[in-house]
Ligand binder design. Sequence first.
Ligand SMILES: NC(=O)c1ccc[n+]([C@@H]2O[C@H](COP(=O)([O-])OP(=O)(O)OC[C@H]3O[C@@H](n4cnc5c(N)ncnc54)[C@H](OP(=O)(O)O)[C@@H]3O)[C@@H](O)[C@H]2O)c1
Length: 303
Amino acid sequence: MRILVTGASGRLGGTLVERLVAAGHEVLGWSGATHGRCGGVELRPVDLTDQRAVTLALTEADPEAILHTAAVTSAEAAYRQPQRAAAVNIGATRHLAAWAARHDRRFLYTSTDLVFDGAKSWYGEHDPAEPILEYGRTKRAAEPFVMAIPRGVVARLSLLFGPSRHGTPSFFDLALDALGRGEPRSFFEDEFRTPVDYRTAAAILERLVVSGATGIVHVGGRERLSRFELMRRAAIVRGLDPDLVRANRQADHPAPEPRPADVSLDTTRLATLLPGLERPGIENALDETDPLGGSAATTPSPA
Ligand SMILES: NC(=O)c1ccc[n+]([C@@H]2O[C@H](COP(=O)([O-])OP(=O)(O)OC[C@H]3O[C@@H](n4cnc5c(N)ncnc54)[C@H](OP(=O)(O)O)[C@@H]3O)[C@@H](O)[C@H]2O)c1
């Protein structure tokens, strides 16, 4: 399949490019401002807020499917620059989805668990999505444009973890670096997600994009964990001192925007759509000995 990945210079996008190339797809990778190569693919910088440039580049690329991962991804950046976040996260998604609809192409948009307010656990696809963060509001606002097109799918991702093999270092990389230097780091013990590692997420998204699935699909790991629990287990896997991983609580860090307490995702629909889906636990996911991960999520499926 000829697949365009937006955000190919990012952490998830870069992992996806690698995954898609390895699976034999013809891959086109767009970045925002980054030049160079990723996963053997030459990045093409395309500012997604420039609609004319995007339309021209789409005509040239002529993809059968678009995997749209580009976004303003930091909650802090979205809070500080809401107009930029809206232009990228909403405006660009709307434009790309409209092009995909006009040309009868597959379109997968990566949304987030932060579309929920965090007042309950294990959110399903039909639960009301009422974001309390500006970032979540922009990601949520783009979803209807994707749901309205015949071949659109909204993949709401939970917290992604694992070493960033592409893009800028994540909280995970920075934390492990600090722990490796013997410096303690603190993480919320009262904020819950269903974390999934980058490689498993990429494998799932590949299967979803080639499938006929439409509508909203929740994509997360099997376990509901706080970042404190996640990082403690990661430290142990990496042979670092787990006691350097300290617990704190949201109330210890008053922020301009309150963070949702529990946005764990119910992934029953995902498991139904992708028969045979297996997601590695935290420890297996962090096994770097296999360049593409040993997850059964990577097993090709007719789904
Ligand atoms: N990370 C998580 O835990 C998480 C959780 C749930 C959902 N998600 C979603 O998953 C996707 C990927 O997240 P990530 O953390 O891997 O992203 P990331 O590493 O922050 O990368 C963001 C990407 O977006 C591109 N981009 C930003 N503004 C752009 C613009 N105006 N035009 C074109 N490209 C632009 C960047 O390009 P340049 O750097 O080249 O400028 C980069 O490739 C996002 O849609 C995010 O909302 C992430």
